[in-house]
Design a protein around this ligand. Structure first.
Ligand SMILES: Cc1cc2nc3c(=O)[nH]c(=O)nc-3n(C[C@H](O)[C@H](O)[C@H](O)COP(=O)(O)OP(=O)(O)OC[C@H]3O[C@@H](n4cnc5c(N)ncnc54)[C@H](O)[C@@H]3O)c2cc1C
Ligand SMILES: NC(=O)c1ccc[n+]([C@@H]2O[C@H](COP(=O)([O-])OP(=O)(O)OC[C@H]3O[C@@H](n4cnc5c(N)ncnc54)[C@H](O)[C@@H]3O)[C@@H](O)[C@H]2O)c1
Ligand code: SF4
Ligand code: FES
Length: 812
C-alpha cells in the first residue's frame, strides 16, 4: 500500500492488541501492521484464565479477536513466534524462527512473566507459574494424576489458582509469607474474613512461611520452609508477583528499570519505539492490572493516529477477587497511613465488612467484603477526587441493599458525568453505555457487552451496567433480561432454531440479517453455532461454511503450541494391522514427524507436522480422517471382548468397528466419544463416554451422558437390548436426539443432566420415533465426505495449504 507506515508490534496480548484496535478505528489504512506473539493463539482475555482453570470456560470462549479478525484487518500475525532481537539502527526485529520484519514504528507490548522464587528445586517438573493457557493445561493434566497442590503466594492470582485447583479435585494448600492474605489489597479485618470463607470452601493455609527448598527427584515431591517444616506437594504453583518482560528492550539499548521506561505518551528512550502494558514503567510504576494498561493504550493509539492527547498521567487501581462465592473489592488506599481517617462497618453474622478511607474530605480508598455492589461507584468517587464531606456515612452504607441511607444505586449513577468510566477493564464510560442503550437498542448486559465491551473482562462492573439499564429503560429493564446465545442477539438457542425452521433460513448471513444481529458479522461464539444448527436442520441443502469454523476444523488437524499440526488417522475400534502400522511408520519417517504417540482413544497421533505437508501426508496415508480436531465423532474405544478375553461375553471389537464405521464423519454440538466393553468388567471405560456399550450375558447395556474430562461424570443406564442391530439403532437415535436438541458446545454429559434421562427414554422408547431419528442421522452423515480425501483430490483446496508460507508461522 502506498504511503502506509510499517507498524510492528512485539507481543500479541491484551494491552498491545487493544492499541491496534484503536489505531484501526482512528487511523484506518495508515499502518501496515505486523504482530509477533510467542503464544500460538490469537489474542485472548488473560483475566479469564482463572475461569478456564476453574472449569466451564474454554479457550474459544475467551478469545478477544479470532484469527479472522487479523485476516479481515490485513494484519500479518506471526503466532508462536518469539522476537529475539530488535535492531534500532536498521529498524527491524527478528523472531526465533528467523522471520525478519522492518518497521517505521515499533510497539513493544511483551507483558510480564510470573516471578519464580529462586529457591533450590524451582526448576523441577511440576513447578510452574500461572500466566497463560499452557499453565492452565499443565494444572488440569496434573490434577488427573496427582493429589497435593501447593500454591505459593496468597495474593489475587494465588487464590484464584487455588480455587481452580480445588475445582479440579486437588487438595490445595496456599503458602503465604505474610500474616494475612491479599496483604497488598486488604486490611487485616477483611483478610481474616476472607481466610475463613476460603477455609470453608476447602482451601488450607500456611501463613508466615518462607519457602526454602523444593524436593523431589525429577518431579516435585515436597516443599520445605525456613522454620524446618515441610509439606507434601505434587504440584507447586508460584504466584508471588510478576516481572515485566523487558530484556529485549534492554538488549536493544532502551532505558529500562523495573520495566521499560516510558513517558506520558508511551514513548521509550528511542525514537519511534513505543511500549505499552505490563512491560512498561511509567512515572516509577509498573502496573499489573488491565484497566491502567488500557488507559495507556488509548493514549498511545491517539499518538500513533496523530490525534491530540493530553497524555497518560497514571492510574488509581481497583481489584476484585474472582472466586465464586466470595465477594472482595479493594480500591486505592486499603490501609490507613498517617494523615488519613477511616470509617468501618462490620457484621460478622452476615459476613459483611466495609471500610472507606478519607484524606482531607476526599475518598482515597475502599475495602469491601461480602457486599461489593458499590465497588464501582466508590471507585469512581476515588478517581474524581472531589470532596465527599457530609456524605461519608452514605458512602459507607448507602448504595447497597440493606444500607441505612438509601439514595439508591440508580440515583448515584444518574449523578455521574458522562465521561465517568464504568468498566475499568475496558475503559467504557457511562456516556458510551448510555448511547448503546438509548440509540443502539441494547437492552441486556450481553448486548451492551457486545456493543461496548463493558463487563467483557472481570465482570466487576456488571452491577453498574445493570443499574444503567434500569436507569435508562426503567421497569422494562427491571424484568429479567433474556440473554441470547452471545452478545450479538437476545435470542436463545431454541428460539433461533425455531426461527430458522419457520422461515427456512439457509445461510449464516441470512440468519444474522433476518434475526437482526447487533453485530453484522457475528462473533466467534455465534458463527460456529449457527453453522452447526443450519447443517443439522438442512443436512442436504446446507453447504458447510468453513470460515465459520475454528482453525482446527478448517485445517482438519489440531494446531499445536509451536504452530505445527497433529495428524490422527482413523483406526476403527482401535484395531489395526501390521501393514497399516508399517504404512503409518513409513509416512512418519518420510515427513520427519518429530513425535508419534498413542492417544487415549487407541489411535496414533503424528505430532509436529508442517501445515504445507498436511495434504501430501494425508494422501500417502490414504486413511480416513480421525476427526481428532472437531465437534464430531472422535473414537470408539474397545476392549478385546470375547475374541480373546476369557471373560468376554460379546464381540466388543466387532461392535466398536461397526459403530465407528456407522457414525464416523458425524457433526455434533460437541465432541462425541463411544466405547464398547466385552463384559461388565468394563475395561474400555464405557461408563465415562457419551455413549457407552457394556456387554452382558445375552445382550448389551446402553449407557449415556458420561464424560472423562475435567468434569468427570458417570453414564446413566438408558436401556438393555439384545441384538447388535438394536445397539446401532439406539445409538443412532440417541445421537440424533442430542444433535437436534442440544445447544452448540454442550457435551452430552451436560445435556443429559439438563433435559433429564426420562425425557430421553420417553423419546427413544417409541419405536417409530427411534427409527425416524436413526433415519435422520443416516441422511446427515451420508452427505458428508471425508475431509482429507476431499482436500487431496481438489487442486483449489490444496492451495489453501501450499500458499501459506512460512507455513508454521502464520495462523490467520
Ligand atoms: C490468571 C490471571 C488472572 C488475571 N486476572 C486479572 C483481573 O481480574 N483483572 C485485571 O485487571 N488483571 C488481571 N490479570 C492481569 C492481566 O491479565 C494483565 O495485566 C494483562 O494481560 C497484561 O496485558 P499485556 O498486554 O501487558 O501483557 P500480556 O497479556 O501478558 O501479553 C503479552 C504477550 O506478549 C508475548 N510476548 C512476550 N515476549 C515476547 C516476544 N519476545 N516476542 C513475541 N511475543 C512476546 C507474551 O507471550 C504475551 O502473549 C490477570 C492475570 C492472570 C495471569
Ligand atoms: N482479580 C484480579 O484482579 C487479578 C487476578 C489474578 C492476577 N492479577 C494480577 O496478576 C499479577 C500477579 O498476581 P499475584 O497475586 O502473583 O501478585 P501480587 O503481587 O498481587 O501478590 C503476590 C502475593 O504473594 C505474596 N508473596 C510474595 N513473596 C512470597 C513468598 N516468598 N512466599 C509466599 N508468598 C509470597 C505477597 O505477599 C503477595 O500477597 C498481579 O499484577 C495481579 O494484580 C489480578
Ligand atoms: S471388559 Fe471384559 S471382555 Fe473386555 S477385556 Fe475386560 S474383562 Fe475382557
Ligand atoms: S470492570 Fe472488569 S469487565 Fe468491567
Amino acid at each position: 500500500m502506498a504511503n502506509t507506515k510499517r507498524l510492528v508490534m512485539i507481543g500479541n496480548g491484551m494491552a498491545g492488541v487493544r492499541v491496534i484496535e484503536h489505531v484501526l478505528k482512528l487511523a484506518p489504512g495508515v499502518y501496515d501492521i505486523t504482530i509477533f506473539g510467542s503464544e500460538p493463539h490469537p489474542n485472548y482475555n488473560r483475566i479469564m484464565l482463572s475461569s478456564v482453570l476453574a472449569g466451564g470456560t474454554e479457550l474459544s470462549d475467551i478469545v478477544i479477536n479470532d484469527w479472522d479478525w487479523y485476516r479481515d484487518n490485513g494484519i500479518q500475525l506471526y503466532a508462536g513466534h518469539t522476537v529475539t532481537s530488535i535492531d534500532p539502527v536498521r529498524r527491524k526485529v527478528v523472531s526465533h524462527l528467523g522471520i525478519e520484519a522492518e518497521y517505521d514504528v515499533l510497539l513493544i507490548a511483551t507483558g510480564s512473566s510470573a516471578f519464580m522464587l529462586p529457591i533450590p528445586g524451582a526448576d523441577k517438573e511440576g513447578v510452574i507459574g500461572f500466566r497463560d493457557i499452557k499453565d492452565c493445561q499443565i494444572m488440569q493434566e496434573a490434577s488427573l494424576t496427582y493429589k497435593n497442590a501447593v500454591v505459593i503466594g496468597g495474593g489475587l492470582l494465588g487464590l484464584e489458582a487455588a480455587r481452580g485447583l480445588l475445582n479440579l479435585g486437588m487438595d490445595v494448600t496456599v503458602v503465604h509469607s505474610n500474616a494475612h492474605l491479599m496483604n497488598r489489597q486488604l486490611d487485616k479485618a477483611a483478610s481474616a474474613m476472607l481466610k475463613r470463607e476460603l477455609e470453608a470452601q476447602g482451601m488450607k493455609f500456611l501463613l508466615q512461611k518462607q519457602s526454602e527448598r523444593i524436593h523431589g527427584k525429577k518431579r516435585v515431591k515436597s516443599l520445605s520452609f525456613a522454620d524446618g517444616t515441610e509439606i507434601e506437594a505434587d504440584l507447586v504453583v508460584m504466584a508471588v508477583g510478576i516481572k515485566p518482560n523487558h530484556q529485549l528492550a534492554r538488549d536493544a539499548g532502551l532505558s529500562v528499570n523495573r520495566g521499560i521506561i516510558v513517558n506520558d505518551f508511551m514513548e521509550t528512550s528511542h525514537p519511534d519505539i513505543y511500549a505499552v502494558g505490563e512491560c512498561t514503567e511509567h512515572r516509577g510504576i509498573a502496573y499489573g492490572l488491565v484497566a491502567p494498561l488500557y488507559e495507556q493504550g488509548a493514549v498511545l493509539a491517539k499518538r500513533l493516529a496523530g490525534v491530540d492527547t493530553e497524555g497518560y498521567t497514571g492510574s488509581i487501581t481497583s481489584t476484585k477477587l474472582k472466586v465464586s462465592g466470595v465477594d472482595v473489592f479493594s480500591a486505592g488506599q486499603y490501609d490507613e497511613p498517617p494523615g488519613t481517617r477511616s470509617m468501618k462497618y462490620q457484621d460478622e453474622l452476615e459476613g459483611v465488612y466495609k471500610k472507606i478511607v478519607l484524606r482531607d474530605d476526599k475518598l482515597v480508598g475502599a475495602v469491601l467484603f461480602g457486599e461489593t455492589g458499590d465497588g464501582a461507584s466508590l471507585f469512581s468517587l476515588i478517581r474524581k477526587g472531589e470532596s465527599v464531606r457530609g456524605r461519608e456515612k452514605e458512602l459507607l452504607l448507602g448504595f447497597a441493599p440493606g444500607g441505612a441511607a438509601s439514595s439508591g444505586k440508580e440515583d448515584h449513577l444518574a449523578e455521574l458525568a458522562d465521561d465517568e468510566v464504568i468498566c475499568g477493564c475496558n475503559g467504557v464510560t457511562k456516556g458510551a453505555i448510555a448511547e448503546a442503550i438509548l440509540t443502539k437498542g441494547c437492552n441486556s448486559v450481553g448486548a451492551i457487552k457486545a456493543c461496548t465491551k463493558a463487563s467483557a473482562s472481570c465482570g466487576g462492573c456488571k452491577p453498574e451496567v445493570e443499574g444503567l439499564l434500569k436507569l435508562y429503560l426503567g421497569d422494562a429493564a427491571a424484568a429479567p433480561v433474556k440473554e441470547g446465545i452471545c452478545g450479538c442477539t437476545t435470542l436463545n438457542r431454541d428460539e433461533i432454531v425455531a426461527e430458522i425452521k419457520r422461515m427456512g433460513l439457509k445461510t449464516v448471513k441470512e440468519v444474522m440479517n433476518v434475526l437482526e444481529w447487533s453485530q453484522p458479522e457475528g462473533c466467534s461464539k455465534c458463527r460456529p453455532s449457527l453453522n452447526y444448527y443450519l447443517g443439522m436442520l438442512w443436512p442436504i441443502e446446507y453447504k458447510d461454511e468453513k470460515e465459520s469454523r475454528f482453525t482446527n476444523e478448517r485445517y482438519h488437524a489440531n494446531i499445536q503450541k509451536d504452530g505445527t499440526f497433529s495428524v490422527v488417522p482413523r483406526i476403527y475400534g482401535g484395531v489395526t494391522s501390521p501393514s497399516e502400522l508399517k504404512k503409518i511408520a513409513e509416512v512418519a519417517e518420510r515427513f520427519e514427524v518429530p513425535l508419534v504417540k498413542f492417544t487415549g482413544g487407541q489411535r496414533l497421533d503424528l505430532l509436529g507436522v508442517k501445515k504445507e505437508d498436511l495434504p501430501r501426508m494425508w494422501e500417502e496415508l490414504d486413511m480416513p480422517s480421525g476427526h481428532a480436531y472437531g465437534k464430531m465423532l472422535r473414537t470408539v474405544k474397545t476392549c478385546v471382548g470375547n475374541t480373546f478375553c476369557r471373560f468376554g461375553t460379546q464381540d466388543a471389537m466387532g461392535m466398536g468397528i461397526r459403530l465407528e464405521k456407522e457414525f464416523e464423519r458425524m457433526n455434533a454440538p460437541a465432541k462425541v466419544k463411544l466405547a464398547v466393553s466385552g463384559c461388565p468388567r468394563n475395561c474400555a471405560e464405557a461408563t465415562i463416554k457419551d455413549f457407552g456399550i457394556v456387554a452382558i450375558d445375552g445382550g448389551w447395556e446402553l449407557h449415556v451422558g458420561g464424560n472423562g474430562g475435567v468434569h468427570v461424570r458417570a453414564t446413566d443406564l438408558l436401556c438393555v437390548v439384545k441384538t447388535d442391530d438394536e445397539v446401532v439403532e439406539w445409538a443412532g437415535a440417541f445421537l440424533q436426539l442430542y444433535r437436534e436438541n442440544a445447544t452448540w458446545n454442550e457435551r452430552t454429559s451436560i445435556w443429559v443432566e439438563r433435559v433429564g434421562l426420562d425425557y430421553i427414554k420417553k423419546a427413544l422408547e417409541n419405536a417409530e420415533e427411534r427409527k425416524a431419528l436413526y433415519g435422520r442421522i443416516r441422511t446427515s452423515i451420508d452427505q458428508i465426505a471425508d475431509p482429507w480425501q476431499e482436500i487431496t483430490q481438489s487442486r483449489d483446496l490444496r492451495k489453501n495449504f501450499e500458499s501459506l508460507v512460512p507455513a508454521q508461522a502464520v495462523q490467520n
